[in-house]
Every structure is written in C-alpha cells, then in structure tokens.
Ligand binder design. Sequence first.
Ligand SMILES: Cc1cc2nc3c(=O)[nH]c(=O)nc-3n(C[C@H](O)[C@H](O)[C@H](O)COP(=O)(O)OP(=O)(O)OC[C@H]3O[C@@H](n4cnc5c(N)ncnc54)[C@H](O)[C@@H]3O)c2cc1C
Length: 377
Amino acid sequence: MAERWDALVIGGGFYGLYLAETLAARLPRVLLVERGPELMARASYANQARVHAGYHYPRSVLTAARSRANFPRFVDEFRPAVRSDFIKLYAVARRDSKVTAAQFVAAMRRVGAATERATPNERRLFDLDLIEDVFRVTEFAFDSAELKRLMAERIRRAGAVIRLNTPAEQVEPLPGGSIHVRLADAEVHAGMVVSCGYANTNAVGAASGLPVIPLKHELTEMALVEVPEGFRNVGVTVMDGPFFSCMPFPPQGLRSLSHVRYTPHGHWYDGLPGEGHLPADEVVATADKRTAFPHMARDAARYMPALAGCEYRGSLWEVKTVLPRSEADDSRPILFRPDHGLPNYHVVLGGKIDNVYDVADELTNHLGWAAPARVAA
Ligand SMILES: Cc1cc2nc3c(=O)[nH]c(=O)nc-3n(C[C@H](O)[C@H](O)[C@H](O)COP(=O)(O)OP(=O)(O)OC[C@H]3O[C@@H](n4cnc5c(N)ncnc54)[C@H](O)[C@@H]3O)c2cc1C
C-alpha cells in the first residue's frame, strides 16, 4: 500500500522549506523530499547572499519594485539570519555600463530606493578614472547557515516531515486528482505535488512525459576570498555590465567575489524548440572547473586597487537557473506553473531568495487560501 500525503514538496532548498511550511499550516500530512544528504546545500547555500533591495536591477523596474516590497518583509521575518554590519557601495562604471550614474539614481528613485553619495574616503577606494560615481545604499547579506537553522526549526514546529537522500523520480495522475509519486525507495500518493528543484526543475516532469519548461542554466563560480584590512566592513557592486561584486559570505566568514564575465563558465537551455531537457548534474559533473579567480581579481583590482590583495580560499560552483527572458534586462521574474501537465502538480522557480513571498502568494491564491499568519524568526 502506498503512503498517503496531503502534499508532497520536491526539494529541500529555501523554496521547498518555505512552501512546505506554508502548506503544513493548512494540511496535516505534508512530506518534503530532498535528494541530497542535507537541506539548503545547493543554490540556497552557494549564492551571493545578497538580500536584494532593488539596487541590482536598474534596468528592470518590476524586479526592483518587487525587491523593494520584499526586502523589509524578509529582514523582519529572518532577522537572526540577516547581516547588516557592513557598508554597501554601488559604483557605476564610466565605460561599458548599461546605465549612467544619473540613470541609476533615477531608476532607484522610481522604486523608492534611496541613494546617498559615498563619502570622500569611500570614493577613494575606487579608481575614479574608471568609475563615474559611487553611492552608499542600504542592502544586507543573509547567512544561509542560519537561515537553514531557522527554517528547519519552523518546519519542525509546523509538523511537516522531511526525508533526506530521497530523490523524487516520476509523477503520474491517479483517479480523483491525486498524484502517484515514485521516490527512489518508495511509492507515495499525494493530494498535490509542489516541485521546487531549481536547477533540476524539469527533471521529474521530463521523466514523466510532461512538457519541458524553457529555462536557462548557467554553471557559475563564485570565488571565496579574504579581503585586505580596510575593506572588511565594505560590500561593493560595480554596475551595470561586465563588472564585479564583492559581498560578505557569512557562513564561512569570508567574502564572495563574482564577476559578470568570469563567474559564468557556460550555459545551456531546457525546452528550446527541438531540444529537451539536459540534466544539470550531468553537465556540472563533466564540466571543466578550473578557477577563473585570477581573472576576476585582476579585473576587480582595476576598479578597486586594494582588491589586488585578496587571498583566494576556494570556489563555490553552482548552477544558476533563470527564465530565458531574463537575459535581456537581468530581471528575476518568478515561475509559477500550477497544474503543469497534470492536475495538482505545481512547478515553481524563484530567481532570488526574497521572491519566495511572491511564489507563496501565487500558490496560496491558486489554492484559494488566505495567506497564513507567520511567526517572525
Ligand atoms: C551563483 C548564484 C548567486 C546567487 N545570488 C543570489 C543573491 O545574492 N541573492 C538572492 O536572493 N538570490 C541569489 N541567487 C538565487 C538563489 O540562490 C535562488 O533563487 C534560491 O536559492 C533558489 O532556492 P531553491 O530552493 O529553489 O533552490 P535550491 O536551494 O537549489 O534547492 C533545490 C533543492 O531541490 C533538490 N532537488 C532537486 N531535484 C530533486 C528531486 N528530484 N528530488 C528531491 N530533491 C530534489 C536539490 O538537491 C536542492 O537541494 C543566486 C544563485 C546563484 C546560483
């Protein structure tokens, strides 16, 4: 006899955990399956840790505006996981930037994001022949290790069940609208399935003969570095083109260094005409993972000479998955595909951590539920 669950969530990243908690507020039997040995060990760990406040998206008003709306909510709800003990500077490059400093300020004003001119000392960190202007903004970082601890505790309180080392493999419809799910080691029946596999979004659907959702995947490298003294309380992003960011990476007490040109080590698409689904893990397993840190550091040091003193401590390799239309304007729309190919099989993808609120709202609206009351962490 197959086990019966009201809802099954595929994926133990931040999205899977948050949505499992949302479902468990209404449903007594919620199961979350994670194929790996740990929760929040994939993209929800290996990312730049930026709590987006809109500044990163001067070319996408909608993404910037949603970040403005979600930023205070995330900071409030996950306060113990939020790091605000650094100064955040956004600099605009004189050449090759898709926005000028005036356009950056105007775009931010449109979404209500304050920009303050950086102090002379802060400006001196940059080569002002290459940088048009520098702004001090309010943007924070999150500690994914702390976020994981908070979410694991919330899931425990909500009463959802978590199974690690449990890949979901296939889904098929059952009479009456529930879904038969084949797990690697069991067969279960669920009233609904919410798929939160991120880079692996299409895998279960493709194995079940469901339509492949068009997605773009990028193999990414973020270098983890020790920054020189005098730089330790600063986070920097140079806009808006082939430049770099250097942000706190709280789980390891280091900084991440990423570069628009050198962080991506290749990309591929799912669901383009004539193409199917390429499993992300296979691409990653066979990819050449020689670090691009020397290129990142050399280029970053042109704009901020002190960064020449960065010491390399390792790299985080992960797949970044976005909707193909994000290529044009670097936006981060969410994907919400209710009843994708079969009733009650819902597929979600959030381009960034704070989008989880928009995804949770879509899901609860679809189910006809009022938003659940949440207890701040
Ligand atoms: C390089 C990089 C930098 C980023 N920077 C930022 C940033 O600064 N700020 C920000 O807000 N966002 C950032 N993001 C985006 C952010 O990381 C993601 O939006 C978010 O982590 C997605 O969470 P998730 O739970 O969907 O994915 P994940 O954390 O990847 O979780 C998906 C989980 O599903 C599991 N899974 C997959 N298939 C199956 C299956 N069949 N059965 C069971 N389990 C399965 C996987 O093992 C994984 O644990 C970045 C992403 C990358 C890659």
